[in-house]
Design a protein around this ligand. Structure first.
Ligand code: HEM
Ligand code: HEM
Length: 180
């Protein structure tokens, strides 16, 4: 078992920065479709830019995670709880990398507007427009967002349960000035 007692500053920064962006994107992503085309194009510039940033931050975070040992399970956690938390964390890593990739594929095929991440990266120019392909990736991007939202709610619930009911150090060791 790991002797490390808490997450390092880099892991904490990456966790809270990514969490902040992703929660906003999951909430406001759903409203994109109801916008008129002119406004939607503007919003998608921001959405695809932030999504691209999440992808880059997640790749950095994954690399960091593999080279820096995280704190291990705490004494009061049984085997099933330890396994569940590991499965949950790796699922979040995988879905969070997949989400922007599916978004980028959707953007490459969209027929009715151009997707320019932050107004600079032209994803629409990467492939020939195809309404069918755009629809497939739109559905996959939407399904992945739904599964991700459920996992995030479960993850937040588990953290609060540890903090307020189990009264252990799980949440504190991820907080900026938290003591393990
Ligand atoms: C972590 C990153 C991302 C999250 C959490 C996210 C989330 C979402 C959500 C929740 C929706 C609504 C899906 C639906 O209701 O079916 C959506 C739509 C969309 N996303 Fe993303 N997204 C991310 C990254 C990206 C990226 C990187 C791109 C493109 C480069 C992108 C392009 C789009 C497009 C084009 C739509 C459809 C908007 C429309 O209806 O016209 N997304 N996204
Ligand atoms: C979109 C939102 C979020 C995502 C995607 C996310 C993702 C993750 C991931 C992947 C880990 C594992 C880190 C690792 O071992 O490398 C983690 C750890 C953690 N997260 Fe989140 N998180 C989010 C929001 C939150 C929120 C809002 C809270 C607090 C209420 C929270 C509390 C924690 C805690 C306490 C840990 C450490 C767990 C442990 O030490 O075993 N997270 N998070």
């Amino acid at each position: 078992m790991s002797d490390v007692l808490k997450y390092g500053a880099t892991a904490k920064w990456l966790h809270w920065l990514i969490a902040f962006i992703v929660i906003i994107m999951l909430i406001f992503g759903r409203t994109l479709e109801s916008l008129p085309l002119s406004e939607r194009e503007q919003m998608i510039m921001g959405h695809s830019g932030l999504g691209t940033l999440v992808l880059l931050l997640m790749l950095l975070r994954w690399g960091w995670r593999l080279s820096h040992e995280p704190p291990g399970a705490i004494g009061s956690m049984g085997l099933w709880q330890t396994r569940l938390s590991k499965t949950m964390h790796w699922s979040l890593y995988i879905l969070l990398v997949l989400q922007p990739i599916l978004g980028i594929f959707q953007a490459m095929f969209i027929t009715d507007y151009e997707v320019l991440a932050f107004g600079v990266i032209n994803y629409s120019g990467l492939a020939t427009d195809s309404a069918d392909m755009a629809r497939v990736f739109h559905v996959l991007h939407g399904i992945n967002a739904t599964v991700l939202s459920v996992l995030v709610v479960g993850h937040i619930g588990a953290s609060l349960y540890h903090h307020f009911f189990q009264k252990d150090s799980i949440l504190r060791r991820m907080l900026p000035y938290g003591k393990p």
